[in-house]
Design a protein around this ligand. Structure first.
Ligand code: NAP
Length: 651
């Protein structure tokens, strides 16, 4: 195999010398529709997508487009000699396809229309021309001195803080990333519980400009994800700007000089104050564990811990484990530990909706990895295929139909009722022979009303095991040797796991952020956190949030995609501060309030806000949602493309 050629356009694949037989073997394991797009790049011949080799339909995580086996075999047979010829000619792709042809390739994979106005988003996302649309190029507009006098503190080194670091480096802005953990990765550093894995396809859940052809699973597990962020950090040199094991205690804005004083505390407890012209909060919002205050918790004699603080020194093999809570996290833990424990008791308050995904635990076969490495733009089109069906192009499936009779609390529209029936049929297929379990696993609220989990059969298979019991009763108290439910039953435990979620509504908690006129952010927000585009807050100049209020995603896309939107906007804002030689910038109150009004009006019409969706971590204690984005993904992309100076007060 030849070494990568630095002059090759990124994503064109590295040249190869593999035999025809090896190529044919690899093609047994690739996505055929994606291969057809790559063949267009190889040959310049659009007939690969115009002939018989068409996907029959589209479904999230269905990489073969429902093509039948015979058609796939014919496509492979046709492709092998062409790929061999490409190899023999030195692996030089044809000139880039025209914009019209690229659009046609999108329609081919999407099995339908791809509206003109969303094409630019996907073109930017895929970077087929090898460009990184978000890369910072301020040319000579901003002088070196001005940049040097604009130190930035980034709080957090998860995916968004790391991204901020990359863009600040490109811009030549001095910055420090403060990270409370011992390394990068944020949620992927902290959540080391057994079975932790991403539930957005890995080939999409990575930076657009830093794709990975190496994922070992289509939905990678925590160690591989953490390693990815670690690698990216080193590759871009962000590590030289990071302070790990250091926590931000407070940040206070001094209006007279337009600077933030950021107090940080290291692992030894020593405090230091950093001066910054701007603060980028990249702290995540599913970060601070929430453990309900169950009576008697301190009486438990064995080890107990929150899922995000999993104690690896505790051996759960052949032990009795009680797991309290089973949302997205518990759903991953249970199938992973069930074969090894003596007894697993799952105390689940609310049944969860699940979405079918047979690829959820699937290893990426060598052939598919080979194609991602070597076939031109195969990886890019695979990314499109992973993104498009879950791209959240519209909110209509999530919208409550005011005409629909929702008095039973089970659906918000006729379409939502059908979705629920489809999901239920899949549950019934797996556990229909056990009516009691089926009843316990049947959600009593509209489908997709909470985070919808990935069903590859592992959860329900775990529940069917003899050593696993699902208990749908409230907790009365915790005692020395277990958990007592409200019916008086003692569920014995050697270990208690709290998979009880996070303080999702407490943005930037517990830091003390003090803006203009002494406003303290947590008090200012109370239980109604809000920011213009989820990024900027009136009264808090030069504070920029990533993954801020109203930006969590329950309908599509990925948080990494959202972070790329947010950092584009933030960097445009910083550029304008420097170009205008402004001291500070904050959103106009009226602009912010109008945005918040629009957001609330929208989110209030969505399934997550429905009255029948109770105990949702998306809601605050009044049942109102300030956490989620109500915007179709292209709308948010468009809204964050430019930092609109007219929306801001400049000082
Ligand atoms: P969660 O979805 O909030 O689930 C918490 C669980 O604890 C629920 O079963 C909840 O019951 C239960 N619970 C909370 N308070 C309780 C109480 N007082 N008594 C009894 N049960 C109680 O938290 P999570 O599972 O950690 O997931 C949080 C978010 O993290 C997800 O929505 C997702 O965004 C993210 N996440 C993602 C992944 C992934 O990408 N693979 C994996 C894990 C988490 P109720 O349902 O009745 O409230």
């Amino acid at each position: 195999m030849t070494a990568p050629d630095q002059d090759r356009i990124p994503h064109a694949g590295t040249p190869f010398t593999d035999s025809d037989e090896a190529i044919a073997a690899a093609l047994e394991e690739v996505s055929i529709p994606t291969l057809m797009c790559s063949l267009v790049h190889m040959t310049g011949d659009p007939s690969w997508i115009r002939g018989e080799f068409k996907p029959a339909g589209l479904f999230l995580n269905e990489y073969q487009g429902f093509m039948d086996e015979d058609l796939k075999a014919r496509a492979r047979a046709a492709a092998v000699p062409v790929i061999a010829a490409y190899r023999d000619a030195g692996c030089v792709p044809a000139p880039q396809p025209s914009a019209e042809l690229v659009h046609e390739m999108m329609r081919y994979l999407a099995c339908g229309d791809v509206a003109d106005d969303v094409v630019p988003l996907f073109l930017e996302e895929m970077g087929l021309d090898g460009s990184d649309a978000g890369a910072i190029d301020w040319s000579d507009n901003v002088g070196a001195e001005a940049k040097a006098d604009f130190p930035v503190v980034v709080i957090g080194c998860g995916q968004s803080g790391l991204l901020a670091g990359i863009r600040l480096l490109e811009a030549g802005i001095p910055f420090t990333v403060i990270e409370k953990n011992g390394g990068p990765g944020g949620t992927w550093w902290e959540n080391r519980y057994p079975g932790a894995r991403v539930d957005v396809g890995s080939h999409f859940y990575c930076y657009s400009f830093e794709p990975a052809d190496h994922w070992t699973e289509y939905f990678s597990q925590q160690p591989e994800l953490q390693q990815y962020f670690e690698n990216v950090m080193h590759k871009y040199g962000v590590d030289r700007h990071c302070r790990f094991n250091t926590e931000v205690v407070s940040a206070e804005f001094d209006e007279s000089v337009g600077r933030w004083s950021v107090v940080v505390r290291d692992a030894e407890g020593d405090e230091e104050t950093l001066e910054a012209r701007a603060v980028i909060s990249a702290v995540g919002s599913l970060n601070r564990p929430k453990i309900p205050d169950f009576p008697g918790m301190d009486d438990f004699a064995g080890p107990s811990f929150h899922s995000a603080r999993w104690d690896r020194s505790v051996d759960y093999n052949a032990k009795k484990v009680v797991m309290i809570g089973a949302g997205a996290t518990g759903f991953q833990i249970a199938p992973t530990i069930a074969p090894d424990v003596e007894q697993l008791t799952i105390l689940q308050r609310t049944a969860q909706w699940m979405f079918p995904n047979p690829n959820y635990h699937r290893v990426v076969p060598e052939g598919d990895k080979w194609a991602m490495r070597h076939l031109p733009f195969y990886g890019r089109w695979f990314r499109f295929l992973s993104f498009w069906p879950g791209a959240g192009l519209s909110m209509e499936n999530s919208r409550i139909d005011p005409e629909y009779d929702d008095s039973d609390g089970l659906a918000i529209s006729a379409a939502n009722k059908s979705t629920g029936e489809f999901f239920l049929s899949l549950i019934a297929e797996q556990i229909g022979d056990d009516p009691e379990l089926l009843e316990a696993c049947t959600p009593k609220y509209p489908a997709t009303g909470k985070r919808t989990l990935q069903d590859n059969g592992s959860w329900l298979a775990a529940l069917k095991r003899d050593n696993v019991s699902l208990v749908r009763l409230g907790i009365d108290r915790i005692v020395e040797n277990g958990v007592v439910t409200e019916d008086g039953t003692l569920h014995e435990a050697d270990i208690i796991v709290y998979a009880t979620g996070f303080r999702h509504n407490d943005y930037l908690w517990p830091m003390r952020i003090v803006g203009r006129d002494g406003h303290v952010l947590n008090e200012y927000w109370g239980e109604e956190p809000s920011a213009l585009l989820g990024i900027t807050v009136p009264e808090f100049p030069n504070l920029f949030c990533m993954y801020g209020p109203g930006t969590n995603l329950a309908h599509g896309g990925s948080l990494i995609f959202h972070s790329e939107c947010q950092i584009n906007y933030i960097m445009d804002g910083i550029r304008q501060i420097l170009e205008r030689e402004a001291t500070s910038v904050e959103p106009k109150q009226a602009v912010h309030d109008a945005y918040r009004g629009r957001l609330q009006a929208e989110i209030g019409q969505m399934v997550w806000s429905h009255w029948a969706v109770t105990n949702s971590h998306y809601k605050n204690s009044d049942g109102v949602i300030y956490t989620l984005s109500p915007w179709p993904i292209p709308t948010y992309w468009e809204m964050t493309k430019h930092f609109d100076a007219d929306d801001y007060v400049w000082t």
